[in-house]
Design a binder for this molecule. Structure first.
Ligand code: RVP
Length: 489
């Protein structure tokens, strides 16, 4: 009876999107989408909270491209907080921890600071008030003869400052008019930071970037199901999104605790992973800001084999999205995405964004070095439930799988649900995202969908057979020139 009642569940390869009459050109498609209640990003792609995928470098690159990175948690709270801060700092137009000097200080001291910190100018500040600015150019000609002279005797006294509310364009104009490279930023007369032309121009390179209301990059960070201390610390550090990271977020202890987490942080709370409509309902009842779907689809995941548990990903996404749509809660499809076409299918059945491990683990910006095997380049990629991740770092993988959280555990006491391996080196995040976005936009053109919401509403799918899958891939030829969006490993 149980078997007769069982439903069939499907994944990406079981369906194709049907081409439809369309007036939409891929170049006009808008793929802006919500990843949580309060955060919308321009590219609906998120990098996985895994120790071979997302640290600050990846999160910065993802935000620059218009996506989002979720910093993994296989490190101390202190280290993870530092990673979050690094992302927030790097996207901030105003450098906030400005190194300043006192007017009474000597030129020698000023020079030493400039050398040590590798900077070419220091605001001269007394009691928060900016009195002048001193640069290498002022000091270097006289450093040997007049090292003990006071900074205030040599500094430039007429300083052009800008108010905190200045826009990048205004700042640029002011800097050009006055022929200066750096502008001290003041708030109610006190120095709060410094703006440099270099940073303003740099910003123009990333018009799509994911930014908060202050112009800094948006960043996510993972916490354990019951790790409130970590969640609070990440929240204080400025994380915009905190993701409770678990292999089974329909564990009812976790569900209950999610509410406590939510009450204690300002950031949006995303919870996952789940794979059923009931789980979605139970989580939404706890007032979460986003839901992550995926039990077992991950490329390095063995949960479906070791525990025999999971739901093929396309069905899981559709089931969860159907519930979440009623409450307007964003759904992230996490795991199993191999090609841009899979992203399009995930969105077609209701996902608002996708999370990628494998496809981003091979980029320059993921943690770890490139390894060369048989003349080809690879990067390491491992499951957070693999032996390596559960015994390495702080062993954070263990509570993800409801096992004892100790990094010194003997391997024999761990039941892994993931494997360790390598993936082909794929160049920079920017190159990978360009291909994925291009594929998604092409798909939306075929389906006649101008926006993500359109795609969710309009897309039609056909069920295909294994012969259909065979026909879909290149066949009956030897590939001589690999495409960047169709690696053959
Ligand atoms: P993929 O993109 O298919 O490589 O899947 C990445 C996802 O797999 C992650 O975002 C996470 O949800 C899941 N994961 C991470 N570790 C493990 C594991 O060890 N089983 N699974």
């Amino acid at each position: 009876k149980k078997l007769k009642e069982a439903e069939t569940a499907y994944t990406f390869d079981d369906f194709l999107l049907v081409p439809q009459a369309s007036l939409v050109e891929p170049k006009d498609v808008i793929i802006k989408s919500k990843v949580s209640k309060n955060h919308e990003i321009n590219v609906p792609i998120i990098s996985s909270a895994m120790d071979t995928v997302t640290e600050s470098e990846m999160a910065i690159a993802m935000a620059q491209e218009g996506g989002l990175g979720v910093i993994h948690r296989n490190m101390s709270i202190k280290d993870q907080v530092e990673q979050v801060k690094r992302v927030k700092r790097s996207g901030d137009l105003t450098i906030r921890d400005v190194i300043t000097i006192n007017p009474e200080a000597s030129l020698r001291e000023a020079h030493e600071i400039m050398e040590r910190e590798n900077i070419s100018g220091l605001p001269v500040v007394d009691n928060g008030n900016i009195l002048g600015i001193i640069s290498r150019r002022d000091i270097e000609p006289i450093i040997n003869s007049e090292a003990e002279k006071k900074v205030e005797e040599v500094m430039t006294k007429e300083v052009v400052t800008v108010d905190e509310s200045v826009t990048p364009a205004e700042a640029l104009d002011i800097a050009y008019e006055n022929k200066i490279e750096r502008l001290p930023v003041v708030k109610e007369g006190k120095l709060v930071g410094i703006l440099t032309i270099k940073d303003i121009l740099e910003r123009k390179r990333y018009p799509n970037a994911s930014r908060d209301e202050k112009g800094r990059f948006i960043v996510g960070a993972a916490t354990g199901p019951f790790d409130l201390e970590r969640a609070k610390a990440l929240d204080n550090a400025g994380a915009d999104i905190i993701a409770i990271d678990s292999a089974h977020a329909h564990n009812l202890h976790l569900v209950k605790y999610a509410k406590i987490m939510k009450k204690n942080i300002d950031a949006d709370l995303i919870v996952g992973n789940i794979a059923t409509a009931k789980a979605a309902e139970d989580l939404i009842a706890q007032d979460v800001d986003g839901i992550k779907v995926g039990i077992g689809p991950g490329s390095m995941c063995t949960t479906r084999i070791i525990a025999g548990v999971g739901v093929p990903q396309l069905t899981a996404i559709a089931e969860v999205a159907d519930v979440a749509k009623e409450y307007d809660i964003p759904v992230i499809a996490d795991g199993g995405i191999r090609y841009s076409g899979d992203i399009a299918k995930a969105i077609a059945v209701g996902a608002d964004a996708v999370m990628l491990g494998n496809l981003l683990a091979g980029t320059y910006e993921s943690p770890g070095d490139v390894v060369i095997m048989n003349g080809r380049k690879y990067k390491q990629y491992r499951g957070m439930g693999s032996l390596g991740a559960m015994t390495g770092g702080i062993g954070a993988g263990t509570d993800r799988y409801f096992q004892e959280p100790q990094s010194h555990m003997k391997h024999t006491k761990i039941v892994p649900e993931g494997v360790e391996g390598v993936v082909p080196y794929r160049g920079t995040v920017s190159e990978v995202i360009f291909q994925l976005v291009g594929g998604l936009k092409a798909s939306m053109g075929y389906c006649g969908a101008k926006t993500i919401k359109d795609m969710q509403r309009k897309a039609k799918l056909v069920r295909i057979t294994s012969s259909g899958i065979k026909e879909s891939h290149p066949h009956d030829l030897l590939i001589t020139n690999e495409s960047p969006n169709y690696p053959t490993m």
